[in-house]
Design a protein around this ligand. Sequence first.
Ligand code: PXP
Length: 259
Amino acid sequence: MITPTGRLRLGVNVDHVATLRNARGGAHPDPLRAALAAVAAGADGVTVHLREDRRHIVDEDVTRMMAELSAPLNLEMAATDEMLAIALREKPHAVCLVPERREERTTEGGLNVVGEHNRLAPLVRELVADGRRVSLFIEADPGQIEAAAEMRAPVIELHTGGYHQACIAGDVAKIAFELTKLREGARRAAALGLEVHAGHGLDFDNVGAVAAIAELAELNIGHYLVGEAIFAGLGPVVAEMRRLMDAARGGDAVDEAAS
Ligand code: PXP
């Protein structure tokens, strides 16, 4: 576990290195190489989303990451029997359950933990019993947070997509609204004993306000880092994100073991 004022962990999502690789159907660029570079530059862990349509990360990537990565792997996946079997076989450090729709470009919205309790609860139970650190990717909605706690998922990840969209639009009132939602959601979740993560659409400009939320233990960031790496290289980009996150915590980062 991490104390609220402790070091905010950075999980680097390398999905879009695989997107680029798959555009030519070969082996380059290799998401495992990117994962190793990200860890060398200061990432605390690596995140991959094995989508049902395998549009970027494929099964073999997960197997290779598990074999060759010493940092913790966070496997994002839909709550399906197929994905459950893969998680139980590969045994990543963490599993983040996400909603998935084939036609979406990226994960839009969070899980409906309230409405899908009967489908999600057995999966959460089985993954927790297997020793995976299970998180539920949800909107910062009080009902969803309470349902996640009742389901005994040890971690939630708050969807920062609404905040990201408000930042793109330059809508100051919406930015304030979304940040308040995230802050109150993180506080409520922590009070219920949940470890709280956040992610989606975070970049150099918008990460500070989120990283400053004291209850957050981890951020998962992918698309921006991979895109920016084209211009500056993955190592420097990860290092800069790390620096911005630490600065938002007052620069008093305390190194603690990953939970
Ligand atoms: N967290 C979760 C649960 C996600 O699904 C994603 C996108 O795959 C991210 C974080 C990272 O989002 P982005 O690629 O926009 O940084």
